[in-house]
Ligand binder design. Structure first.
Ligand SMILES: Nc1ncnc2c1ncn2[C@@H]1O[C@H](COP(=O)(O)OP(=O)(O)OP(=O)(O)O)[C@@H](O)[C@H]1O
Ligand SMILES: [Mg+2]
Length: 267
């Protein structure tokens, strides 16, 4: 059970305003961040994780202001950030430590509780049997599940993931997202996950925050997520990709919801 409150968050990089007054609150939800490339999704996640210092605004987790990277916030990256040469178990065991301190900690004795927690986390993502397999011998999907397990071992109150399935094929992406959702549900953590795949977002998300140019353009629950909102989020920019998405040439004034979007939302 946890509450993340983001209030009037702004982040500027020189002349670039990556986040521009973002405000929202999520509580015990599986929230998805949507938006085109450059919308500010990664910047938002990095600010929430304390990896990036905001220019102004505040981030509060369960009443405490987030100012630096903290152990009760688990982060899952697109590139798994795993140590490839060691086992899934070792990767999970060392939690979200940095690579250097991770290698150091591999030499050290871990408590029985830590070990059990690592195994439990691997069980959550369906990899208990593979615990002693080297990460370098695992598929991309399995590696990302190890990444999720690692994010879980420190018993986070908040789980952040930046495009956790971007490099996976559609079927593995579904599987990995299923485990991520299960992990968040079983461990009772609030999750904030950026995704590019709208169909996967609609399938797993409970709450949807749409960003454009660093601003929130929608913040809705599952039942209020309409194809129009999604098409508006991705449809206002005149690109070749847009024509492809909608299948029938240049965008008209009123963009019809894509058939795929309709289908997913109808489920
Ligand atoms: N370290 C940085 N220095 C300067 N500008 C940055 C930095 N990080 C991000 N930006 C800029 O901030 C804006 C938001 O970037 P961000 O990476 O948050 O977008 P995103 O939504 O994650 O995009 P993508 O979907 O491509 O990952 C972009 O204009 C980007 O160029
Ligand atoms: Mg990004």
């Amino acid at each position: 059970m946890s509450t993340l409150t983001v209030d009037d968050l702004t982040k500027e990089y020189g002349d670039v305003t990556a986040l521009d007054g973002v405000t929202f609150e999520i509580e015990d939800e599986f929230a998805v961040l949507l938006g085109e490339s450059g919308a500010g999704k990664s910047t938002l996640l990095r600010c929430v994780n304390g990896l990036t210092e905001p220019t102004s605004g505040s981030i509060v987790l369960d009443g405490e202001v987030v100012t630096e990277s903290r152990s009760d916030v688990g982060m899952i990256f697109q590139q798994h950030n795993l140590v490839e040469g060691v086992s899934a178990y070792m990767n999970a065991l060392t939690g979200s430590l940095s690579h250097v301190s991770m290698l150091r900690s591999l030499m050290q004795w871990q408590s029985r509780e830590d070990k059990l927690q690592a195994l439990e986390a691997l069980e959550t993502v369906g990899l208990l049997e593979e615990a002693h397999q080297r990460v370098s011998q695992m598929s991309g999907g399995q590696q990302q599940r190890v990444g999720i397990a690692r994010g879980l071992v420190q018993d986070p109150r908040l789980l952040l993931a930046d495009e956790p399935v971007a490099s996976l094929d559609p079927s593995s992406a579904e599987t990995v997202m299923g485990y991520l959702k299960k992990a968040a549900t079983e461990h009772d953590v609030t999750a904030l996950v950026s995704l590019h795949q709208v169909n996967i977002a609609a399938h797993f998300g409970e709450r949807f925050i749409g960003l454009r140019d660093g601003q929130t353009v929608f913040d809705v629950r599952r039942a209020e997520l309409t194809p129009e909102l999604i098409d508006d989020l991705y449809g206002n920019v005149d690109t070749v990709g847009l024509a492809d998405t909608h299948g029938d040439g240049p965008a008209s004034e009123e963009i019809e919801p894509g058939p795929e979007t309709e289908q997913v939302l109808a489920q």
